[in-house]
Design a protein around this ligand. Structure first.
Ligand code: GLY
Ligand code: MN
Ligand code: MN
Length: 442
């Protein structure tokens, strides 16, 4: 769990960067209809959560550095016994102050009357434009309310600054508490992958493996997935974001699972690929060993001071070499890398930042160059090879093999730590883990 003190530290850091005479305004996420009168499970906006920990929709955070009567203000739903009987508990203004440390809390329904007064006299508004059209309009409406009062002495803010820029830079570097939560999320997901590997056998449906993952997440205290699980048997693995998860798992095929839980708002993201029947074929093993080598070498290259693109460059070189050695590409490795000849078989990047969002925020470039890795960043390393059936010029023996091996990596002071290391990825480890099933079958 992230402590109240840490949420307060984040707000302090942001307000110090904003400077006095400014105001930050950030709305919560909204409830989203799934069907008619049924909503999707509510998920708080990551930026809003990062600064408040407040779990409700219909709320707005306002930060007012230097305000005498309190710098941290929340607008939120009022207590309402009838609504709470039907739809669940609400903090109300008293709870927002008591449990979330706000200096002031107001009913959300009063925001139009109160917010212009809070803006008044401040020069700059920090706000994330373009995420919510109706809220963008509200911001302009509140500024215009003040503009209409200039003759009476009002001082409307004249500058609008993108809040996400500084906030996302803060989010990119994880604190000790964030690392603890993400390590725990990674361990829960690792255990779920192990359970799925143990359960897997020919004749099961992909959906049953998805169920195993979900059960394992929930059983360990993580209610939701960080993204829709990919459970892709055989050629389905060649569809990068395959989420139908409704096919039978076949003897002789591989199974690619890309799944991670969300814990206390933080994501994990693991991919493993293994044989449905517990034993790799010659071609599967050959391709798998190249992806695994790319994964391990790319992880080694993810070090402080190295560009964030280093793992990708490392992976691309190894995968291209592998494609040549497997007889799939022909020519000089350097030249093939230069020509991006690997792209039909490896079409995505080797990783991304991960945090409150699975594809987390934070710039990847600085002054047009790949950003340097530094302590506290967490990223995934996820090379793969995908041999879709009917690929022109590709020997049939490779068709339907899709492989990805993905780990979550914390950049430490001198090196890195693999948060997801407890899920087996060596061929012999995987085969040993799945072996009891093979014995039972025969
Ligand atoms: N599961 C999405 C990704 O690996 O980026
Ligand atoms: Mn990923
Ligand atoms: Mn993934």
């Amino acid at each position: 769990m992230i402590s109240r003190a840490e949420f307060a530290r984040r707000r302090r850091e942001l307000m110090d960067l904003m400077g006095n005479n400014s105001i930050a305004i950030l709305p919560s996420a909204k409830e989203v209809v799934r069907s008619r009168d049924t909503d999707y499970l509510f998920r708080q906006d990551s930026d809003f959560y990062y600064l408040t920990g407040f779990p409700e929709p219909d709320a707005v955070l306002v930060l007012l550095p230097g305000r005498e009567h309190g710098e941290y203000v929340i607008f939120c739903r009022e207590k309402d016994l009838k609504m709470e009987t039907w739809h669940g508990r609400r903090e109300g203004q008293v709870g927002a102050k008591k449990n979330y440390g706000c200096n002031d809390a107001f009913p959300i329904d009063d925001i139009d009357e109160i917010l212009p007064g809070l803006m008044e006299g401040r020069d700059r508004i920090y706000y994330e434009f373009g995420n919510h059209t109706d809220f963008d309009n509200s911001i302009m409406g509140w500024v215009n309310t003040l503009r209409a009062q200039v003759k009476k002495g009002a001082h409307p803010p004249g500058e609008l600054i993108d809040l996400s820029h500084i906030l996302h830079d803060m989010r990119l570097i994880k604190s000790k508490a964030e690392i603890r939560v993400m390590q725990k999320a990674a361990e829960i997901s690792a255990n779920a992958h192990i359970a799925a590997m143990k359960r897997c056998q020919p004749g099961l449906n992909e959906l049953q493996i998805e169920g195993e993952l979900k059960y394992s997440f929930a059983n360990q205290g993580a209610r939701t997935e960080a993204y829709n699980s990919i459970v892709a048997g055989g050629e389905n693995a060649c569809i990068l974001h395959y989420v139908e998860n409704n096919c039978e798992l076949k003897d002789g095929d591989l199974l690619l699972i890309d799944a991670g839980c969300e814990l206390d708002g933080y994501a994990s993201d693991i991919s493993r690929t293994f044989p449905v029947n517990g034993k790799f074929t010659k071609e599967q093993k050959q391709a798998y060993e190249w992806v695994l080598k790319a994964n391990k070498e790319a992880i080694k290259s993810a070090k402080p001071g190295k560009p964030w693109s280093a793992p990708h460059d490392t992976a691309v070189r190894i995968l291209t070499k592998g494609l040549v050695e497997m007889g799939i590409l022909e020519g000089d490795v350097d030249q093939l890398v230069e020509e991006e000849a690997y792209k039909p078989f490896y079409m995505h990047k080797t990783g991304h930042w991960i945090g409150l969002d699975v594809h987390d925020v934070g710039d990847y470039l600085q002054d047009k160059d790949p950003r340097e890795l530094s302590e506290g960043m967490i990223l995934t390393v996820e090379p793969g090879l995908y041999f879709a059936p009917k690929t022109k010029g590709l020997d049939k023996k490779w068709w339907g093999i899709g492989i990805r091996v993905e780990d979550d990596i914390l950049i430490t002071k001198r090196s890195n730590r693999i948060l997801t290391k407890t899920v087996p990825k060596e061929v012999d480890e995987i085969e040993a883990l799945m072996k009891p099933k093979r014995r039972r079958k025969s």
